[in-house]
Design a protein around this ligand. Sequence first.
Ligand code: UD1
Length: 396
Amino acid sequence: MNSPRTGSRPLLDLVAGARPNFIKLAPVARALAETGCVELRIVHTGQHYDPNMSDVFFVDLGIPLPDVHLEVGSGSHGVQTARILERYEALLLQRSPVATVVFGDVNSTIACALAATKLGIPVVHVEAGLRSGDRSMPEEINRILTDTIASLLCVSEPSGAAHLRREGVPESRIRLVGNVMVDTLLRELPTARRTQVAGVEALAGRPFGLVTLHRPSNVDRIDVLRPLLAVLVELSRSLPLVFPVHPRTRDMLGRHALDAGLTATGTITLLSALPYHQHLSLMASASLVLTDSGGVQEETAVLGVPCLTLRESTERPITIELGTSRLVGRDPERLRAAFRDVLTGAWPQARPIPLWDGKAAGRIAAALVACLGESPRGPEGSATLPLGGKSADDSG
Ligand code: UD1
């Protein structure tokens, strides 16, 4: 394996592939660059590739362009994961980093974690420990597997640390650092508030709700999606809804000719998937949000916007305990009741969430640099993170 050190600084990989990854990578890349201790290599797997799902995030969030693009594109889970695994391994064999940092729970996360681990390269997992308890979610499998092989586990909320302890992860590998998605939100909010969103001019100054929908369990089956949309149409008569459509959902709407019907209601505005600032602008000014996204549950918690979560479980329980999220599933009655509660003001106020303070990436960078500082020098003076395979002191 090549030495991870070419100059004076060790090479560190930051890997991202899907929309939420880019939002999490941005502050971590910035915080690590500020330390001046590592040479960063940003690797884009290409899992997301539409300009509005990818490029626009690099521009909006000031992320340096990827040093490497693996261009894997879409495919079944097996195909996509295997392609990433194969291509990232080839990159690691060309030049090996001192560690690989992966984010969240998407297919790119587990694929790159696996490629690195098999080559003895330590993996740092940002947003470790989250568990929905629902193994039918592809993300839950990705989370469990990534945490099993990661060496340093950076956790966003206390439940994450508790899950890891219960699963036998040694304390020495767990860091409760807070939420990097919130770092990005707090930094970008002033810009977002000044950002205009094309297509919603008719709603200017009027209350509206925001909808996001992309979980396979909600959108991949027409017999599930159709009744859910019917409830949204009904609710939109009391509060107009704005619905930026994820490509997975757009495919379904198009295939079943549902988009024209939704637009014809006059109370639902369909938009394309939105760039970061536009989406945040809508979220921050919405009266409520209906969503099946984990990230949006977190963002609404910080913004204090009521969040009706269209799922039966969440891996982010703090967004219910201290935030603004309520699980409503797809049940029309629960949805109607929650909607009513928001409109009548019977919704809990958000409370501050510990460590969701805009400084999580700084804590991650400090933890990583501390590990590098402790690291023994390899044969060529190369740095290695003391995080590799399970060691004797981890056994307790
Ligand atoms: C992925 C993540 C999910 C995350 C979501 C955020 C996994 C298993 N899922 O789901 O956890 O919440 O990203 O958006 O990794 N497509 C495009 N253009 C793109 C990307 C995708 O048109 O740029 C379409 C393709 O038809 C593709 C489908 O969307 O087949 C799904 O994309 P994929 O990356 O497989 O999963 P997501 O649903 O985006």
